[in-house]
Design a protein around this ligand. Structure first.
Ligand code: NAD
Length: 360
């Protein structure tokens, strides 16, 4: 099983090294047969390859069974014509990663605002209000005159159907409850289409309960009663905002994991950015990328029908949780003093000493 590791920028290399370290320990313990290959990209290749995502790196990502992508400093990238390709957006399009799956849950030992929360935002990833991915040619934003700018929001039946199916399939394996989030009282045509397609897909899943909520009401309800939600399905921009809100309610960005998944490819990628303010100090929290890596292992287990990878995913998530349960292991973003390396070593030790998977 070939995993391509793309380290990203700023704290990216620090946290991908930590994720790799625990993956190697898992591989050795459970004989997963992983082949981990790292490929420089981002600002590291801008001078040498005149691109932040050289073509051969994209080819490696496409050829791999799974990808681990570190956060990228897109804010510092030059324009596309000068090689500043946003690897995150570009890979999502090239590998058709239509589902951005973002879980948020409370974890023992971590200070949280919302008690007893365990939900997943399933966010459409390929269209919506995102100017870099909703046009065949050119940008979805343009400026006809100095004092006027326009943005296009694309919602298509096919994209709504497949994100709805991803949400219902996930809910079938969880608490069998999907909440579709929209703003159809204002965006009657586009969000009306979204609702129509989600409801159609719901018919295929009679065991899963579907309800709906306007996005503004959802933003408030998430704070008041997060425990009532299981799977939330929504379009690109709403999902981006709601998942950050959900992450903040249960420990912050340092724990916010995500998987970008399509039919054939999946990329583990933390929700957070490249944190230039703490880069190079060895204090970044690697938990979000480790938990994203666990999601990738779980996806690979289903896709390749290899249950041992699901065992590995459980062991990795369990080991991150066990590490977080002791505040002495908390990095500064969680109020502690632990380094990235300390956290990685604690997770690795827990994996090694666990009896889970011994007879798998
Ligand atoms: P950010 O997520 O990088 O940082 C926001 C705050 O959270 C900072 O204080 C940072 O120190 C902290 N933080 C984030 N991740 C952390 C971690 N793992 N451990 C500890 N603290 C962490 O957001 P930003 O500052 O708005 O953006 C910085 C750069 O990241 C920009 O270039 C932006 O374009 C890019 N970005 C990339 C991605 C991505 O690669 N998917 C996502 C968002 C932003």
């Amino acid at each position: 099983m070939h995993i391509a590791i793309l380290p990203g920028d700023d704290i990216g290399p620090e946290i991908t090294a930590a994720a790799r370290q625990v993956l190697e320990v898992l591989d050795e313990k459970l004989a997963l047969g992983l082949r981990l290959e790292q490929h420089p990209m981002g600002l590291a290749t801008l001078d040498s390859h005149a691109s932040t995502l050289p073509r051969e790196v994209l080819d490696e990502a496409r050829a791999a069974d799974g990808v681990i992508l570190g956060p990228v400093s897109t804010y510092d990238y030059p324009p596309v014509e000068q090689g500043g390709i946003n690897p995150s957006a570009h890979i999502r399009i090239a590998l058709d990663l239509f589902a951005n799956i973002r879980p948020s849950r409370t974890r023992a030992g971590v200070h949280y605002v919302a008690e007893d929360m365990d939900l997943v935002v399933v966010r459409e990833n390929t269209e919506g209000f995102y100017a870099d991915r909703n046009m065949l040619d050119g940008s979805g934003e343009f400026q006809p005159s100095p004092d006027m700018a326009l943005a296009i929001r694309k919602i298509s039946a096919g994209a709504c159907q497949r994100i709805a199916r991803a949400a219902f399939e996930l809910a079938s394996r969880r608490d069998k409850h999907v909440t579709m989030v929209h703003k159809a009282n204002v965006l009657k045509v586009t969000d009306g289409l979204f609702i129509r397609e989600v409801v159609k897909v719901a018919d295929e899943f009679p065991d899963v309960r579907l309800d709906e909520m306007l996005v503004d009401a959802m933003a408030a309800r998430l704070i008041r009663e997060p425990r009532i939600f299981d799977v939330i399905v929504t379009s690109n921009m709403y999902g981006d905002i709601l998942s950050d809100e959900a992450a903040a309610l249960c420990g912050g960005l340092g724990l916010a994991s995500a998987l970008n998944a399509g039919e054939r490819h999946a990329v583990a990628q933390a929700v957070h950015g490249s944190a230039p303010d703490i880069a190079g100090r060895g204090i970044a929290n690697p938990a979000a990328l480790m938990l994203s890596t666990a999601m990738l292992l779980d996806w690979l287990a289903s896709r390749h029908d290899r249950p041992i990878l699901a065992v590995a995913a459980d062991l990795l998530e369990g080991s991150v949780n066990a590490t977080l349960a002791n505040p002495a292991n908390h990095p500064p973003d969680l109020g502690g003093k632990a380094t990235t390396q300390h956290f990685a070593a604690a997770v690795a030790e827990h994996i090694q000493s666990s009896s889970q998977g011994d007879h798998a």
